[in-house]
Write a protein that binds this ligand. Structure first.
Ligand code: 9WN
Length: 425
């Protein structure tokens, strides 16, 4: 094992609660959905049994209708707010015994289960968890494909990239007059200029309070104050459906539903290609117009294998690696930025509004590899490893200086480094 892998592993050990690996020691003491999946992908490289435990712990939070929540509040005496009291999940029909949030997050979990299976096959584990994954994916298509497009909508920015500028207009529209006072534990740990603003949080709270009235199950965009067909979320879903179909075949089943769903989502995403901008268009359902947003989500169909090879090459050259958009420049050598430099809302330090994130780079490396852009994938993979080597396993990084931002010793940055290093299982 390399020194970098050793340090990555020590971060995961330090954040291990015994039941699950928390995203970070102080800032994020509970279990988050896609964090656990990404952590399990790293664990597949070093300790698949521990990775399976991560999946099991998350699935304890699954609701009767199939939703796997974005947060699971396992018993813990910790300083975190807004916490379980905001959601009051126990009052909702079909909620599990453990307290959870009422939202979901990008469904990376099937991809994690596949990574664990490829590292060390365990058919009985597949028998245990595939029905739960199937139920969650079915729930997404049933409950969230509001417009029948084949793509699912998110109903809260916390289901994707919190304060990304692509959500600004939808948040600005919200009524905030009845939002009760709230506390933010993040403020006790992190610099305010690296986090969402209080105005953003008022919007987040307004959406939660509104969704609470329908037990977090809006039947249409009219019942959901925020309804956004997020390209990034759908790209993760398409890849996860592929992986779920693959897993069913390992069990000797056809996986036909998941395979058909992967094709449906991928075809719908392909229809979002914008030939002028060489990226994919997003859609705010309340606004009703597809648009190029200058947010990194518009590159994510690469991860799901959506573009053909000429499109993928254009996306790389004209967007992902372009100096005036997401790529490196002599003054700001670290890529990929989470917001295009040409977007007036680009902010090099503030959370999902510009900084480089390891998980986004990992998704894009995978996508480039999948489409056969091997040299490009390798360049991004090596850059990402140089970044964590220079600046540690932070939550995100300043693209100009590489300065670590947000929480230090962040679990998915460490876990995905183990995967990017390609450590032997
Ligand atoms: C709110 C845990 C989570 C990630 C999200 C990231 C951030 C929470 C926050 O942290 O969200 O859910 O407090 O800002 O945006 O992607 O899963 O790491």
């Amino acid at each position: 094992m390399t020194k970098l892998a050793d340090v990555a592993l020590s971060v995961l050990r330090a954040n291990n609660t015994g039941l699950f690996v928390k995203p970070a020691a102080d800032v994020y003491p509970f279990q988050w959905n896609w964090d656990s999946a990404l952590i399990a992908i790293g664990l597949a490289r070093v300790d698949a049994a521990r990775g399976r435990q991560e999946v099991r712990a998350l699935l304890r939070g699954q609701w009767a209708d199939g939703m796997v929540p974005h947060m699971v509040f396992h018993d813990a005496n910790v300083d975190y707010s807004p916490g379980p009291e905001l959601w009051d999940s126990a009052a909702c029909p079909g909620a599990p015994l453990v307290a959870t949030s009422g939202l979901t997050q990008p469904p990376v979990l099937a991809t994690a289960v596949r990574a664990l299976h490829e590292a060390s096959a365990d058919l009985s584990f597949l028998e245990e968890v595939l029905p739960a994954l199937e139920a969650w994916h079915l729930w997404l298509h049933r409950e969230r494909d509001f417009d029948g497009s084949g793509l699912v909508a998110i109903v809260h920015p916390w289901e994707s990239a919190d304060n990304a500028p692509r959500f600004d207009r939808a948040l600005a529209r919200l009524r905030r007059d009845r939002v009760p006072a709230f506390d933010r534990s993040d403020r006790r740990h992190l610099a305010a200029d690296e986090r969402p603003t209080d105005r953003d949080y008022e919007g987040y709270m307004a959406i939660v309070h509104s969704l609470r009235r329908c037990d977090y199950r809006p039947r249409s965009p009219t019942e959901a104050p925020f309804a956004y067909v997020d390209v990034s979320f759908n790209s993760v879903l398409a890849a996860a459906e592929d992986d779920l179909a693959w897993l069913w075949r390992e069990l000797g089943e056809g996986g036909a539903r998941a395979a058909a769903a992967a094709t449906r989502v991928r075809t719908a995403l392909a229809g979002r290609w914008d030939d002028d901008a060489a990226v994919y268009r997003e859609l705010d359902l309340h606004r009703g117009e597809e648009e190029v947003t200058g947010n990194v989500g518009e590159l994510m169909p690469l991860y799901a294998g959506v573009p053909d090879e000429p499109q993928a090459r254009r996306l790389f050259r004209e967007a992902l690696w372009a100096a005036d958009r997401y790529g490196p420049t002599p003054e700001a050598p670290w890529a990929v930025t989470t917001v295009s430099r040409s977007n007036p809302n680009f902010d090099a330090r503030r959370y999902w509004r510009g900084p480089v994130w390891v998980n986004i780079n990992w998704f894009l490396v995978r996508g480039l590899e999948r489409l056969g852009l091997t040299a490009e994938a390798e360049e991004l993979r090596r850059m990402t490893l140089r970044l964590v080597e220079a600046s540690g396993f932070s939550e995100y990084y300043d693209p100009a200086t590489g300065e670590p931002l947000g929480s230090r010793d962040f679990s998915w940055s460490a876990a995905l480094t183990l995967d990017l290093l390609r450590a032997p299982p």
